[in-house]
Ligand binder design. Structure first.
Ligand code: TRP
Length: 333
């Protein structure tokens, strides 16, 4: 990697289809890091199996997500883009880090507590040690910054604690990373229950927009979006959660301010407003969807990119892994 530039590491789970919420809240800003950092982007399929997956679906989601990241603007020549399970060093370092992470630390993780409730029939050890695998992802590449959402702050903090502990014993082995969390959350709410976050795991498919939804599906879902009985486009998340969410989406897609949006739709009905939000969303997602479809039509090229990405990742990670092996006292191979 180019000396002097800081390293950024981002990762996303291939646990389902990507929504407008995922795109606006996270994916959209990922390519922008490529100017300031040497960037590493990872599709974390090993994290995904901490909850039960259908194997064929997981393969499809991993491949499609890999294509979508390129479609969003990640340049696989300039950055390192790869699939986690292609690089065995992740699982290898995770084991070592497990031995430098306390039971009590993992037991405090709020995501573990939440997932133990939502997957009460499968509270497996991988779910518990999920944060040490995540720490391995980050520390293998000596990442300086980790762009994540607020929900991952605690995991990045734990990663820092593990790195500091390890360095305390063995000297400077790992770069201690910083979380990079956007100030404005860019949270997109459900179109049907606007008090809840937009989620692909909802039973009602009208509640979420998928990045791969066709334009007519997007328009239909926005037409059915829940609003209120006031017929007034005004930003008030408390009193008018549905309309405010649509305004957030419209602002996110067009760059307009809330005041500009209010003026644009003054005296107009919700029908016209919803059509405008739908059209703006279609145009926002169009390049991502179309580029993804084009990439997915050439599996050979995707396979080549996955292979070269993994080779680059393996080369960087082996530097760290060799150091770790030596420090902890493994015999040279
Ligand atoms: N836990 C992250 C999430 O669910 C995904 C992730 C795995 C990750 N490894 C990472 C994020 C390393 C940043 C860095 O969003």
């Amino acid at each position: 990697m180019i000396k002097g530039k800081k390293i950024s590491f981002s990762a996303i789970q291939p646990s389902g289809n990507i929504t407008l919420g995922n795109y606006m809240g996270a994916l959209r800003r990922w390519p922008t890091f490529q100017g300031d950092y040497d960037c590493i982007y990872c599709v974390v399929d090993e994290h995904a199996i901490t909850v039960r997956q259908n194997p064929a679906d997981l393969r499809h989601h991993s491949l499609e997500l890999f294509a979508q990241l390129i479609a969003c603007g990640i340049d696989p020549e300039r950055s390192i883009l790869f699939i986690q399970s292609f690089v065995p060093a992740h699982a290898e370092l995770a084991w070592v880090l497990n031995c430098f992470t306390m039971f009590g630390e993992l037991n405090r993780m709020t995501q573990f507590k939440e997932k133990s409730l939502s997957h009460a029939d499968n509270i497996n050890a991988g779910l518990f040690t999920y944060p040490t695998l995540m720490a391995a992802d980050i520390l293998l590449y000596q990442a300086d910054v980790v762009p994540v959402g607020e929900d991952q702050r605690q995991h990045v903090e734990l990663c820092r604690d593990i790195a500091i502990r390890f360095n305390g014993v063995y000297g400077d082995v790992f770069t201690v990373p910083e979380a990079e969390i956007p100030k404005t959350a860019g949270r997109v709410m459900s179109l049907q229950e606007p008090e809840k976050k937009m989620s692909k795991s909802s039973d009602n498919e009208n509640s979420y927009i998928l990045v791969m939804d066709s334009p007519d599906v997007i328009m239909r879902k926005f037409k059915r979006a829940v609003t209120d009985s006031q017929a007034e486009v005004r930003y008030d998340p408390e009193q008018k959660p549905g309309v405010s969410n649509l305004m957030d989406i419209y602002a996110g897609a067009t760059g307009l301010s809330m005041e500009e949006i209010r003026r644009q739709f003054e005296g107009k009905g919700y029908g016209e407003f919803k059509t405008a939000v739908g059209e703006a969303t279609v145009e926002l997602l169009r390049p991502v969807r179309e580029n993804t479809l084009r990439l997915m039509a050439d599996k050979g090229e995707l396979e080549r990119l996955m292979k070269t990405g993994a080779e680059k990742a393996a080369a960087v990670s082996s530097y760290t892994m060799n150091k770790v092996r030596k420090k902890v006292g493994f015999l040279p191979r």
